[in-house]
Write a protein that binds this ligand. Structure first.
Ligand code: HPA
Length: 294
């Protein structure tokens, strides 16, 4: 059952601001498997566990902390979602994207979404990174299904430029300067939780995918629905099934993600420092929060 989103967003934001005080940050980040280390770098952190926030389902996956962290990072005011929930955990997609809608409702302008993914493009290597240029929604559903509320976004949101070209170009430029292997490619978002078969990996490649993972796509749809700019980054933790010759397991995914974390965090840090100034979107914030502007 889909929940009433505007009411849910307002109630959840009300709890966040009554626990943490007013939250104003133009930059939001979602940290995927093994990438939670960035959250510990946030200065003057104010944190709230997901289980304290109404309507947000708690993550059940190892490596996903499930904490909202508000503070400053690289000189920017940020809200970090450390850990995410996935559709394969059994949650309705409208609940999976609620944390993203909270960021939108708090006025976040730009969202950086990270994930761990398998490489479908055989030119890629484990440990490489990929800036998402586009995605394939293969999660058998859309988070915007059901009645639409125009206060959140339009009925038929455009997805032509789901991922900001400007932020991606900046990311690739910085990656080249830092000597990091960062590709630009298409992310296939599948349901999971079983990893793919080798035949499915070949199918995904034929469909135009460069990487595959079990998250991100619903989040980006929800973010674009609310007009946020999005940068998507994958850490390629393994070759897709059948491409590397070995079987896949989550421990390996976490290990490679952990090893690549430093490079990924360094890259995001440089992007956060270098990207143009962004401001909290008060027109969105005022729809979902009753706190006076500060
Ligand atoms: N497939 C799907 N999701 C993933 C993979 C994979 O190979 N690696 C990390 N997340």
């Amino acid at each position: 059952m889909a929940i009433s989103s505007v009411a849910a967003i307002r109630e959840a934001i009300g709890v966040i601001e009554s626990e943490l005080g007013p939250v104003r940050a133009p930059l939001g980040m979602v940290l995927g498997s093994g990438l939670g280390g960035l959250a510990s770098q946030v200065e003057s952190p104010r944190t709230l566990s997901y289980d304290r926030i109404p309507h947000i389902p708690s993550s059940t996956v190892q490596g996903h902390a499930g904490t909202l962290v508000v503070g400053t990072w690289q000189g920017r005011d940020v809200i970090v979602l450390s850990g995410r929930v996935h559709r394969y955990e059994g949650h309705d997609l409208s609940r999976v994207v609620l944390p993203i809608q909270l960021l939108g409702g708090l006025g976040v302008h730009t969202l950086i979404v990270t994930n761990a993914a398998g490489a479908v493009n055989s030119d890629y290597r484990p440990g490489d990174l990929m800036a998402l240029s586009d995605h394939l929604n293969l999660q058998c559903g859309n988070p915007l299904m059901g009645a639409n509320d125009e206060r959140i976004g339009p009925r038929f949101p455009d997805m032509t430029t789901a991922y900001s070209r400007e932020l991606r170009t900046l990311t690739l430029k910085i990656a080249a300067e830092q000597g990091l292997r960062v590709h630009e490619g298409v992310y296939a978002g599948v349901l999971g939780p079983a990893y793919e078969t080798p035949a499915e990996i070949r199918m995904l490649r034929a469909m135009g995918a460069d990487a595959v993972g079990m998250s991100t796509v619903p989040e980006v749809i929800a973010a674009r629905h609310m007009g946020m700019e999005v940068l998507g980054l994958s850490c390629l933790t393994n070759m897709g099934a059948g491409l590397g010759g070995e079987t896949l397991n989550h421990a390996e995914v976490k290990e490679v993600a952990g090893a690549a974390t430093e490079g990924m965090i360094g890259l995001i840090a440089a992007v956060a420092q270098t990207m143009p100034p962004i401001a909290v979107r008060d027109e969105y914030r005022s729809r979902f929060t009753t706190q006076l502007l500060i």
